[in-house]
Design a protein around this ligand. Structure first.
Ligand code: GDP
Ligand code: MG
Length: 149
């Protein structure tokens, strides 16, 4: 059988998004997906998950030496998340801009974190920070066949 790669399904750039447990608990899934859609990014795939500790530790492995790693993992498994794959020209940077600064106190008006973030940890959303991480993160949660053409 033919093996498909991500590139076979992809027109623009892909990025990976998480609506974090705080925003899900605060009933902001719809508001955040609307902000994403209104920005012109296309939602290629989306689903609700509740990460295990092992999954969250694996996802944030790049941060394992940082002092807040344990707290971050506990936060990310504290409730369900919505994970999505977004597509568009320059999608990685556009979604980072739409999210706003890591600390919502520093995020500008019109960003997701300004609107819905509570603090440096419970900051409503995650977005890939570059092409290599985007690729790893998309495939951490989605198979190629889950990405709509
Ligand atoms: P991001 O790329 O903007 O999400 O920021 P980072 O990659 O630097 O950090 C990953 C995530 O860890 C952030 O989105 C926050 O949820 C959390 N985080 C970052 N800095 C801190 C911190 O100083 N304390 C705590 N508790 N969490 C943090
Ligand atoms: Mg990051």
């Amino acid at each position: 059988a033919e093996k498909y790669t991500l590139e076979d399904f992809t027109m623009g750039e892909l990025t990976f998004s998480i609506i974090k447990p705080d925003a899900v608990a605060n009933n902001k899934i719809g508001d955040i997906l609307k902000m994403i859609s209104d920005s012109g990014l296309k939602i290629k795939a989306t689903k609700m998950i509740h990460m295990s500790k092992t999954q969250a530790e694996g996802f944030y492995a790049v941060h394992k030496e940082r002092p807040f790693f344990g707290e971050l993992v506990e936060f990310m498994i504290s409730g369900p998340c919505v994970v999505s794959v977004l597509e568009g020209d320059n999608a990685i940077k556009r979604y980072r801009d739409l999210m706003g600064a890591t600390n919502p106190a520093d995020a500008v008006e019109g960003t997701i974190r300004k609107a819905f973030g509570a603090g440096i940890e419970a900051n409503a959303c995650h977005g890939s920070d570059g092409p290599d991480t985007a690729k790893v993160e998309v495939s951490y949660f989605f198979s190629n066949l889950e990405l709509v053409n």
